[in-house]
Design a protein. Structure first.
Ligand code: PEP
Length: 255
């Protein structure tokens, strides 16, 4: 199964900064064989990034979208707008949207369904907060987020899904989860999918780990049975270190 490493830039980089980053990253493209790489810039930098990436293997993702075709949704962006800008993937339900912007499971479910309807590939983010981990309810939280988000999907759709397991306490803190914790969560996600959508669909899903991933620790996650990539925030902001991270991931699977 091909690894998928995605850069989530959050609210960083203008169009010209994105262009500069992509030009630098592509100088290392030969090192990315065997890894699907994608960049998720802010909306305003998508077109600039797309212009540089268009003839390359590096793909473009968006960080969010609204599940309506068009209309009175001030400040929102539709799937058609993203597709015209060259977007292939979309991050849905990131913890910052859930916990800072109040995005509920029901909206996440609508976005996942709308992404499929409109030909965008969703990256569904799930993960527990620190207090939930301390209470020992991590699996309960993952179970709820998964069953709500996927309730409108058919097994055939689930098969091509990317799910990012991102413990909230590990995002942007420099405190990555242990390989044991990541393995246990990814195993739980796999069995949930297996139980609800069947083995073939579960086996097609790529599960990423996200939360303070960098070149130095990516190998410990990538070598786990049910983890097939990473969603990377802070360490994706510089082309040099992001390129090193991708190379390290490729090496970890090859060895
Ligand atoms: C993220 O934004 O999804 C993320 C995992 O951030 P960081 O790598 O900075 O922890």
């Amino acid at each position: 199964m091909k690894l998928i490493i995605a850069a989530n830039w959050k609210m960083h980089k203008t169009g010209s900064e994105a262009k500069e980053f992509c030009l630098e990253l592509l100088q290392k493209e030969d090192d990315f064989r065997g890894v699907e790489v994608l960049i998720c810039p802010p909306f305003t930098a998508l077109t600039a990034a797309a212009g540089v990436l268009k003839d390359s293997s590096v793909k473009l993702g968006a960080q969010n979208f609204y599940p309506g075709e068009q209309g009175a949704f001030t400040g929102e962006i539709s799937a058609a707008m993203l597709k015209e800008a060259g977007v292939e993937y979309v991050i849905i339900g990131h913890s910052e949207r859930r916990h800072l912007m109040g995005e509920e499971d029901s909206l996440v479910a609508r976005k996942i369904a709308a992404a499929y309807e409109n030909g965008l590939k969703p990256i569904l983010c799930i993960g527990e907060k620190e207090s939930e981990r301390d209470e020992g309810v991590t699996e309960k939280v993952l179970e709820k987020q998964l069953s709500k988000a996927l309730e409108k999907l058919e097994p055939e759709q689930v098969k091509s899904l990317v799910i990012a397991y991102e413990p909230v306490w590990a995002i942007g803190t420099g405190k990555a989860a242990s390989a044991e914790d990541a393995a246990s969560a990814a195993g739980f996600i796999f069995s949930h999918l297996d139980r609800h959508f069947g083995h073939e669909s579960a086996a097609g899903v790529r599960i990423q780990y996200g939360g303070s991933v960098k070149a130095e620790n990516i190998g410990s996650f990538i070598s786990l049975e049910h983890i097939h990539g990473a969603l990377v925030g802070g360490a994706s902001l510089e082309a040099g270190s992001f390129g090193d991270l991708i190379r390290a991931a490729g090496k970890a699977v090859a060895s």
